[in-house]
Write a protein that binds this ligand. Structure first.
Ligand SMILES: [Zn+2]
Length: 77
């Protein structure tokens, strides 16, 4: 899916501070609103505290649990 460049600019919420940011060539820090937010977000990743907005975090433990449950549901016999 492509975006028409002359359509109204796409706006995204800054992952760090939720401020609406225009996704344009003018913003080298997109999807962040600023360099500060981008650095903060990188720091959050390093801290393993990052969460994707609206999505529950899934780590390997969760995946193992899902696989174990799928095994039980599947091959009960
Ligand atoms: Zn921001």
């Amino acid at each position: 899916m492509r975006q028409a460049p002359h359509d109204r600019p796409l706006e995204v919420a800054c992952p760090q501070c939720r401020q609406m940011v225009r996704w344009t060539e003018d913003n080298p820090y997109r999807p962040f609103c600023s360099k500060r937010c981008r650095l903060l977000d990188l720091g959050a990743w390093a801290d393993e505290s990052h969460r994707i907005a609206g999505e529950p975090a899934m780590d390997e433990t969760d995946i193992d649990a899902l696989l174990a449950r799928a095994d039980r549901d599947d091959g009960g016999a």
